[in-house]
Write a protein that binds this ligand. Structure first.
Ligand SMILES: [Zn+2]
Length: 179
């Protein structure tokens, strides 16, 4: 690989810089320079024993010359994206849950959870509920809003109206919480 190859076309998405450099135990050079070392065959033997993954790249390099580095970067890029997708999957099902909780002797509050599974800003949502029902409404947890009043049944209409991506079917009625 020449200096020009290394400098262009610059940083890529999905590749962490600086790139990890492995050094050869035979010639002590970064392994990409091994091929310029007279004892390249010994280098390869060392690589095969000590850095099998790097040895695979060298072998690819022998076949495809300069294209190999390119291929490797693409592979890293794809791998990175794959990991992001896998992470998203772990978020679990999207669902909003509403329930009624007693407050004092006669009053109830309404608890809404799960809005953040739809990427909804909880502060915005709490403010919206407060205005809609003309009552107190605040974010009380990681993904929990408490509305001061018994408005649970209304939420089945109001939530899909405000956020069309949340179908009424995505709203689970947990009923009354007991304390
Ligand atoms: Zn070497």
């Amino acid at each position: 690989m020449t200096e020009v190859d290394k400098l262009s076309p610059g940083p890529r998405d999905g590749v962490n810089y600086p790139l990890h450099i492995s050094y050869c135990g035979n010639c002590t050079m970064p392994i990409e320079y091994c091929e310029y070392y007279p004892e390249y065959e010994k280098c390869k033997t060392w690589l095969e024993k000590n850095l099998p993954s790097e040895f695979e790249k060298v072998k690819i390099g022998d076949d495809g010359a300069d294209g190999a580095g390119e291929e490797e970067k693409k592979r890293q890029k794809r791998g990175g994206k794959g990991m992001i997708k896998a992470k998203k999957k772990e978020d679990g099902p999207k669902q909003v849950c509403v329930s009624r909780a007693p407050r004092g002797k006669k009053k109830s509050v309404t608890v809404v959870t799960g809005l953040s599974t739809f990427d909804i800003d909880l502060k915005v949502a709490a403010k919206f509920f407060g205005q809609k029902f003309a009552c107190g409404s605040s974010v009380t947890g990681d993904d929990e809003i408490v509305i001061q009043g018994d408005v649970k049944d209304d939420l089945f209409d109001i939530i899909p109206e405000k956020w069309p991506e949340i179908d009424e079917d995505f709203i689970e009625d947990l009923g009354d919480q007991k304390r």
